[in-house]
Design a protein around this ligand. Sequence first.
Ligand SMILES: Cc1cc2nc3c(=O)[nH]c(=O)nc-3n(C[C@H](O)[C@H](O)[C@H](O)COP(=O)(O)O)c2cc1C
Length: 369
Amino acid sequence: MRTPLCDMFGIEYPIFAFTHCRDVVAAVSKAGGFGVLGAVGFSPEQLEIELDWIDDNIDGKPYGVDTVMPQKAVDVHGESADDVLDQIRSMIDANHWRYVDELMDRFDLPPLPEGEKPGGVIGWTDEVAHRHVEIALAHPIKLIANALGSPPKDVIDQAHDHGVKVAALAGKAVHAHRHVQNGVDIVVAQGYEAGGHTGEISTMVLVPEVVDAVAPTPVLAAGGIGSGRQIAAAMALGAQGVWLGSLWLTTAESGSSPAVLEAYLGATSADTVRSRCYTGKPARMLRNAWTDAWADPEGPGPLGMPLQNILTSEANARIARSSRPDLQFAPVGQVVGRMNDVRPVRDVMYQLVEEYIETTERLHQGLEG
Ligand SMILES: Cc1cc2nc3c(=O)[nH]c(=O)nc-3n(C[C@H](O)[C@H](O)[C@H](O)COP(=O)(O)O)c2cc1C
């Protein structure tokens, strides 16, 4: 499984793990892969704490940080997270507030305990994402990745000045080409099957298109990869490695809540939908009554990013507290159909590598006769 990316990062296997959970980052890197911590859900202060913990628990292995800097960010500025939240709230119309109230009644969601204030995700505002980058670069990271487009030029230059490589996700060859022109070192070609924000082209079609569009820039294949056979397929398509997000959500180290974990373990690969209900941009998650309510033609439909998440933050917090598996926000890709048990990251990594070796040997034997 060795490719030039293994030498670039000093890793054994070119298996990159996107996760919001610091324990998964450390476990993947210690098992020979490369853990990448998603920063978007953390305040700058909390990100600092997470990265300190990783530095203390990763045994000096390499890791990275992923930020979300959308190309068209809403212009909000504030001294504190509360200022930013207030500004975003003031941009939301009464009709949408009414609809969320109606949904919270319809689903009979218990109110939050006194004093508990719902926050909401602000990591994808320009200002917070830039603070994430500054904090990340003060730690011994080896990679900064960005989800929704190329990172801005100042971020790419800053990363390179620190000797840190830059990756960006792409759902189309034309976007991948633009990333490389902007100075990105590695492209993550992420197909339609993927969990989280995703485009409309399947991994099988996308990866060779991106590989050819950006050669010799290395490409990681993402979307629908959850086994050694799928890693072998990705390598056959020209990728130099793989980038997995969903598979870690049911590992023993993952921070998935019991209700969300139950929903993942019971789901089939037909149970996901691309919905704008959580972030305002199409993201893949388990379909349920909540995603249906936001697709209802009788309703007002979702707002854009970052408004939708702030609009629904109280409802999201009440749903999470309700522990109802039929309503939980459960972002995941189509590969969820094969995520049927809870195992430690080390076992998952071992099985990926074992199955990859078996697959490539089987293919060789087929060629020999
Ligand atoms: C729960 C979840 C959250 C995600 N959040 C982000 C994110 O914040 N930034 C990002 O670059 N990608 C994010 N992604 C996408 C992953 O980086 C990755 O490309 C994707 O999970 C790969 O497809 P797979 O889910 O089939 O493994 C997320 C994916 C999942 C499953």
